[in-house]
Design a binder for this molecule. Sequence first.
Ligand SMILES: Cc1ncc(COP(=O)(O)O)c(C=O)c1O
Length: 368
Amino acid sequence: MTVLQRPEPRPGVLSISAYVPGKSHAPGVAKIHKLSSNETPLGPSIKTVAAYRAAGEHLQSYPDGSACELREAIGRVFGLDPDRIVCGAGSDDLLNLLARAYLADGDEAIHTTHAFLVYPIATLGTGATPVVAPEKQLTADVDAILAAVTAKTKVVFLANPNNPTGTYVPFDEVKRLHRGLPAQVLLVLDAAYAEYVQRNDYEAGIELVATSENVVMCRTFSKIHGLAALRLGWLYGPAHIVDALNRIRGPFNVNGPAIAAGIAAIEDSAHLNRSREHNTYWLNWLSQEIGKLGLAVTPSVANFVLIHFPATKGVTAKDADEFLTRRGLILRQVSAYKLPNALRMSVGSEDANRLVVKALSEFLGRRQ
Ligand SMILES: Cc1ncc(COP(=O)(O)O)c(C=O)c1O
């Protein structure tokens, strides 16, 4: 037996490429527009900020470890049983809890080629193996996911809509995926961008969770609710999965100010509608205007666009990123998502959106 000279992490941990968040700085530039993390340009609502500030008066007290009032508020808004909701420190927390509860050494978890990077990270962290199912036209492909299922498969992660592509799987297809999975495989529907989607054939997954034993839906307060800094997410799942997660989560995994702000945010439908309207208008505008410049834009239903650049020296995604960053416009390189020729841009304020289109036009024009 080999005697170790120092502690070694479990198998898989050192194969993890740590998550690299979107840039937030542009050296030497006075005014920056951060469009690299899919944050909302409208920010949180006034009521939400007021609730957060009020909670700041009570920092000496532990929060309610079960986030009962927040779960009840979410339950009221969505018509759900609060006992089947788990809150987490961002949906990242919930995705990791799911991985810890349902994956172990030797198991497999499926995600698609350009899926959200937290899935392989959470999977590898448990000692399990991520299995990649190919996409079709940058969209999750149900047949490919089903073909990747083996006797070792324990979890399927599906971001719907997906980040960074912005594409989605219609609900009929999600149901077909579910029907094709063995009963012991957990289907994780990650609906972080659900509020932005304006398609008749889309559903975040509430109905599927309510009518099955092996589906959960994750949601976040980081995007349309504008609370990314507070780290707050929630999950709706079958009672037996909620029970398992409650056994392993941190006893106070959601902090007090986040609970207070979350309650105000989920109840402020007027703010949510304003944010959605802003997004719908500018998502469409950006897709069209960037398209007119001759750059392909993947049709997106979320709050960001994936812009494709030529591989030609001087006009690559990396060149564009440098050009834009010098002007304080910070987009996201997505090579880690196997998209080296693309940049992801969050829908920003009117000002930021117009500046990016103008800058991209200059970037392309100066080389013609
Ligand atoms: C698909 C997807 N899921 C989950 C998250 C994580 O969100 P949170 O801030 O709630 O951890 C993100 C954030 O970018 C995301 O894009």
